[in-house]
Design a protein around this ligand. Structure first.
Ligand code: CDP
Length: 204
């Protein structure tokens, strides 16, 4: 089973690069951030306290979640809603809970096994979810460029909120955002998506 792991902070270009690499190599693509966003939305809808790890773990285990071209939560297409400011503002708090992560990792491994491999993007794919991945990429870009990209994409998440989320993701005790020891670190600042995709494909 061929797995390519793409990790990195918000706005580093993971989604665009993962999509391009998956298309070039004929692999499926999994956006694990969308999964954490969907659990967060389910918790908000259910008014589950965001500091209650066991209760959030229960949410993670009981929701129906379809991750494909669209993100479908309990039969409801939430592809747009999970990118909104409400979810972006608290997703890192939800994702920090070990109970939530255990279930997400289980679903991610299942998904990849069911698709015969894939290009998987997230924060802990090379370090925790697929430590034996054939290729691990850690994508970075300057903080200014990452904030600018988000603005161009029409995101309503400001630069300060983005920086706060990265800080939370990088400093949490469970599966913090960091490059795996054997990851290739690629700085995408000032480079086109096509150039970065070609770079990754050449290493695969
Ligand atoms: O698109 P962007 O890079 O802004 O974020 P995302 O990939 O949609 O991920 C949203 C949030 O989910 C991150 O800020 C992390 O808190 C969490 N996440 C995680 O903890 N582990 C992953 N493998 C993927 C996302």
């Amino acid at each position: 089973m061929r797995v390519i792991a793409i990790d990195g902070p918000a706005g580093s270009g993971k989604s665009t690069v993962a999509r391009g690499v998956a298309a070039a190599l004929g692999l499926a693509e999994l956006d694990t951030g969308a999964m954490y966003r969907a659990v967060t939305l389910a918790a908000l809808r259910g008014r589950v306290p965001l500091d209650d790890g066991p209760a959030l773990g229960e949410v993670a285990r009981t929701i129906r979640l379809d991750i494909g071209d669209r993100i479908v939560l309990d039969g409801d297409d939430v592809s747009e809603e999970i990118r909104g400011a409400e979810v972006s503002g608290v997703v890192s708090v939800v994702a920090a809970h070990a109970e939530v992560r255990t279930e997400m990792v289980r679903r991610q491994r299942d998904w990849v096994a069911g698709h015969g491999g894939g290009v998987v993007e997230g924060r802990d794919i090379g370090t925790v979810v697929f430590p034996d991945a054939a290729l691990k990429v850690f994508l970075t870009a300057s903080e200014e460029e990452r904030a600018r990209r988000r603005k161009v994409e029409g995101s309503d998440e400001g630069a300060a909120a983005l920086a706060r989320r990265d800080r939370l993701d990088s400093t949490r005790p469970t599966s913090p955002l960091k490059p795996a020891d054997d990851a290739v670190v690629i700085d995408s600042t000032g480079r086109t998506a096509a150039a970065v995709i070609a770079d990754v494909v050449a290493r695969a």
